[in-house]
Design a protein around this ligand. Sequence first.
Ligand SMILES: *Cc1c(COP(=O)(O)O)cnc(C)c1O
Length: 378
Amino acid sequence: MEFETRAIHEGQQSDPQTGAVIVPIYLTSTYEQEAIGKHKGYEYSRTGNPTRTALEEALASIENGKFGLAFASGLAATTTVLSILKNGDHIVAGDDLYGGTYRLLEKVVKNWGVTTSYVDIDNIADFETAIQPNTKLIWIETPTNPLLKIIDIAALANIARKNNIILVVDNTFASPYFQTPLDLGADIVVHSTTKYLGGHSDIIGGAVITSNEQLYTELKFYQNAIGAIPSPFDSWLVLRGIKTLAVRMREHEKNALFLAEFLEKHPKIERIYYPGLSSHEQHKLAKEQMSGFGGMISLELKGGFAEVERFASRLKLFLLAESLGGVESLLCYPTKMTHGSLPEAERLQRGIKDNLVRLSVGIEHQQDLQADLENALA
Ligand SMILES: *Cc1c(COP(=O)(O)O)cnc(C)c1O
């Protein structure tokens, strides 16, 4: 079955008891057992809940994976994946990462005795050079945040496989509609379902998908042992979001491409980052490994912080807010917002300048969005 159909039907059979077409929100913490050790597959809702099961099956299906796990946030999903590492292990990570992932690695995971080396993602060979005898995991995002660079997942998967290392791809920016890293050889996919999968800026959630049964068993153990699970209501909202993911992503992309082409020619824009533009450095690679380019645009305004401030304050439709992937358009200033936890030198070295702005293009009418940008730039 095709993506759109699976997103609506996988894991979402009508309720056998009532015929309800939509999976109910099972607000229950526990389940009556017929006899000691005899139950219907559910014992306690941290371990398993039918609404969450439906979501986890849908997540696995849309990522072309075998197993899905849902979490209370993207960082809860990330923390649970990193829990498979032990004192003395080493991670190789791309250097253009979600700020919260960097903070987790440096301020939390490091205290477990697990260290991370950051690699300049522009050179894939650097990942191999950074591998140590104790390297257990490679962690990347692609497209990256906020510079929207593209990493060759298949090439990196080869390096990981050769060295017996787990490759994790945070697929939040592309969404499974445009990119399925497991098909390209990744071992684990992570999502912040807060973003495109939820799609309506009304929940915080996370997901992990894999086709490796051994990894799944381990991750399922940690999901239950750590307990960072989503509520049945939040699970239901993400499931509801997934049903319309395909149509939303097509609109996000259409609008983003339209605005990127407009902004690229605008005299007040110094530089634009959108993988769908032929001027993007890795446009060819993006075309090969993605089926679309998504709804995120980053740009550098001519000038500095003062110009960014004026631009942001004059926008009416693009709301100044963290996050992305909702139906409404948002503007984020990475330097002070999503990447505020990065030390300044580190931030500048990663190319996140004071005039960089990130847009999450929503699904409003493209003419209105263009007029909003045009007005604020003028
Ligand atoms: C938002 C985000 C996260 C963290 O997810 P939360 O749901 O906020 O915990 C991780 N990775 C990426 C790429 C994100 O955009």
